[in-house]
Design a protein around this ligand. Structure first.
Ligand SMILES: [Zn+2]
Length: 184
């Protein structure tokens, strides 16, 4: 996200070279704030209800655009708790368990998507952020190319006993991390 003013001292930010990368920086000598523009984590949920997957259209989205329930983390909240809260807030559904599918960089939005499968129950009550929902049978669900789409693709593949490339690389990374932490 572009920032125009320094959040510390209010001065306009300038584009400058910081350690070889162009960044927005505050020129005030005793401030020196740098806008790093790090990716923001976003939780997303494949919500399964009565054998159907619930896709949502947010307020302000084009008419035919549906996606997964998603949202930002609250301060101090784990990703699992965040997606269960989003499912409650946006769909009014009771959900107890979020199963991690994988992480998906969404470079176009400068986000890192953390995707979960959420088995839910109850009756849908649309939250303020949603314009509409659509229920899609699992075998008619078609993954889309960007954003949360690859998470849908991986989840569908896993249901069919397949392992996709992203899942394989996630598994490899997990193994590597486990080795790092088990080595004293
Ligand atoms: Zn400043």
């Amino acid at each position: 996200m572009q920032a125009n003013f320094c959040p510390r001292c209010g001065n306009p930010l300038r584009t400058a070279d910081v350690n070889g990368q162009m960044r927005q920086r505050c020129d005030v000598a005793d401030c020196g704030y740098v806008h790093w523009d790090n990716p923001v984590p976003v939780v997303a949920g494949i919500v399964e209800l009565d054998g159907m997957v619930v896709l949502v259209r947010n307020q302000g989205w084009p008419d035919k655009m549906y996606g997964l329930v998603s949202g930002f983390l609250e301060k101090g909240e784990t990703p699992d708790a965040a997606i269960l809260r989003e499912v409650r807030e946006e769909l009014g559904l009771d959900a107890q368990n979020a199963r991690f599918i994988g992480y998906y960089p969404f470079f176009e939005m400068n986000q890192l998507i953390l995707a979960f499968h959420v088995a839910a129950s109850g009756d849908i009550v649309l939250g303020e952020e949603l314009a509409d929902i659509r229920r899609v049978a699992v075998d008619r669900l078609k993954p889309w190319a960007i954003g949360t789409g690859p998470a849908v693709r991986d989840w569908l593949a896993a249901r069919n006993g397949q392992v996709t490339e992203t899942m394989a690389s996630h598994a490899a990374l997990r193994d590597w991390l486990a080795r790092q932490t088990s080595n004293p």
